[in-house]
Design a protein around this ligand. Structure first.
Ligand code: NAI
Ligand code: AKG
Length: 451
């Protein structure tokens, strides 16, 4: 049994109750095996044993008072996974499905994603099982203030810099930033995704979606092709999806479907991202009961609403599929439908949206598969640019940030492509992303001794 196989086996045994973490770690460790097993110094230094254990996990209760005056208690977490190349960096997820294992999967992925951006950021993730759906603005504010009251002890601009993720957008970041400042009496860029009037970066809102499309576009360019005339389907209709749809249409492609948790919408004239943006803002207004993507057809009569599982989008013939909702939402049968209907590219906007068997099926059937840790790195990369602007007390223009983002994403594509080719896996961007992301972190960990 090789070193990597031994660590994978130990993980399966020790963390059987953390399926998403096992899934993510198994994929990374299996695909970096050629780079790891060629270097016995890694085993001597216990590199993988250290890589798969978070440096620190903070778990805490989050008590808050609802609008009826009742005390509610949620669980809060911050997984500070790896700080070898920079302060912990990664989002906060507020969703009833949040568990420690889910945040470990997201934090683990973040280590390699942040490394691929070329910026000095370590990997972390956090959140709570709090459900923002149906809560008033005041409830959201009280929850965020309570969450930050504990989190403030563990974060700082050179220690750990959280941001948004599912259920955490500009509103939540604003409330948490206000509470941090109040408790610490200090104005510092401790969160990213902030409002533009208090240190946020232009283009951060658009960055993950735009970055995804720049990444796919670089692949197309390197294959003498472009988005012009391409048909695209998108899963999700939140932050990542909306701006991916906008950028696809700017580059000449047409997105014909998008989804939410209640169903999916098909628009033969091309999804209008502005209508999605309006619905998204209504969902986050503090008065979101009854708001769903079904409202899209009120503004676009040529569109059809399907009140069924949003995975219906994978049944449509398309050239490119962009899963932008959440983990494990593109299953084997969806991958089979995509291949049967002629899809040639799958670009992951979400984190690990494609299950392991679906990923393998896509790759084996010649689909260019762009893994989330590379293709959706534009969000955290732009967070890194927000940290740089905060540190130098400057604000860059939208075009300046967008052009840095574009360069970073095109660079990540080439880093993945080069690493895949170097290790004999030409065209396998999953292997390429894992190896390229791993090598920088491994070099830093080796240089810093056994810590
Ligand atoms: N926002 C960001 O900057 C980044 C987000 N990501 C990842 O992208 C994904 C989406 O994030 P955001 O767009 O920010 O979140 P969001 O909350 O704005 O949107 C999520 C979308 O997914 C849909 N969705 C949620 N659960 C679903 C389910 N079980 N089945 C089908 N659809 C479902 C929602 O209806 C919504 O349209 C997540 O995996 C997140 O971790 C990754 C990198 C950066
Ligand atoms: O911008 C950030 O720090 C968070 C981004 C994030 O959570 C992600 O890349 O999944």
């Amino acid at each position: 049994m090789s070193y990597t196989q031994r660590i994978v086996a130990e993980l399966h045994e020790r963390y059987a109750d953390q399926p998403e973490f096992i899934q993510a770690a198994d994929e990374v460790l299996t695909s970096i095996a050629p780079a790891v097993d060629a270097n016995p110094a890694y085993e001597e230094a216990g590199l993988l044993e250290r890589l798969v254990e978070p440096e620190r996990v903070v778990m805490f209760r989050v008590p808050w008072v609802d609008d009826e005056g009742k005390c509610q208690v949620n669980r809060g977490y911050r997984v500070e996974f790896n700080s070898a190349i920079g302060p912990y960096k990664g989002g906060l997820r507020f969703n009833p499905t949040v568990t420690l294992g889910m945040l470990k999967f997201l934090g683990f992925e973040q280590i390699f994603k942040n490394s691929l951006t070329t910026l000095p950021m370590g990997g972390g993730k956090g959140g709570s099982d709090f459900d923002p759906k149906g809560k008033s603005n005041n409830e959201i504010m009280r929850f965020c203030q309570s969450f930050m009251t504990e989190l403030t002890r563990h974060i700082g601009p050179n220690t750990d810099v959280p941001a948004g993720d599912l259920g955490v957008g500009g509103r939540e970041i604003g409330y948490m930033f206000g509470q941090f400042k109040r408790l610490r009496n200090e104005w510092t860029g401790v969160l990213t995704g902030k409002g533009l009037s208090f240190g946020g970066s232009l283009a951060r809102t658009e960055a993950t979606g735009y970055g995804l499309v720049y990444f796919v576009d670089e692949y197309l360019k390197c294959h003498n092709d472009s988005f012009e005339g391409k048909t695209v389907v998108v899963h999700g209709s939140g932050n990542v999806a909306i701006y991916a749809i906008q950028k696809v249409s700017q580059l000449g492609g047409k997105v014909i479907a998008a989804s939410d948790t209640k169903g999916w919408v098909e628009d033969p004239e091309g999804i209008d991202y502005k209508v999605l943006e309006d619905i998204y803002n209504k969902k986050r207004s503090g008065n979101d009961r009854g708001v769903s993507l079904a409202m899209y057809v009120d503004a676009r009569p040529a569109a059809t609403w399907h009140a069924e599982d949003g995975r219906g989008v994978w049944q449509l013939p398309c050239d490119i599929a962009l899963p932008c909702a959440r983990e494990n939402t593109l299953l084997l049968e969806d991958a089979q439908a995509l291949v049967a209907n002629g899809c040639k590219i799958v670009g992951e906007g979400a984190n690990m949206p494609t299950t392991t068997d679906a990923t393998n099926y896509l790759i084996e059937n010649g689909v260019a598969f762009m893994p989330g840790k590379a293709a959706n790195a534009g969000g955290v990369a732009t967070s890194g640019l927000e940290m740089a602007q905060n540190a130098e007390h400057l604000s860059w223009s939208f075009d300046e940030v967008d052009s840095k983002l574009e360069n970073i994403m095109r660079g990540i594509y080439h880093a993945c492509d080069d690493a895949a080719t170097e290790y004999g896996f030409e065209g396998n961007y999953m292997v390429g992303a894992n190896i390229a992301g791993f090598k920088k972190v491994a070099d830093a960990m080796m240089a810093q001794g056994i810590v």
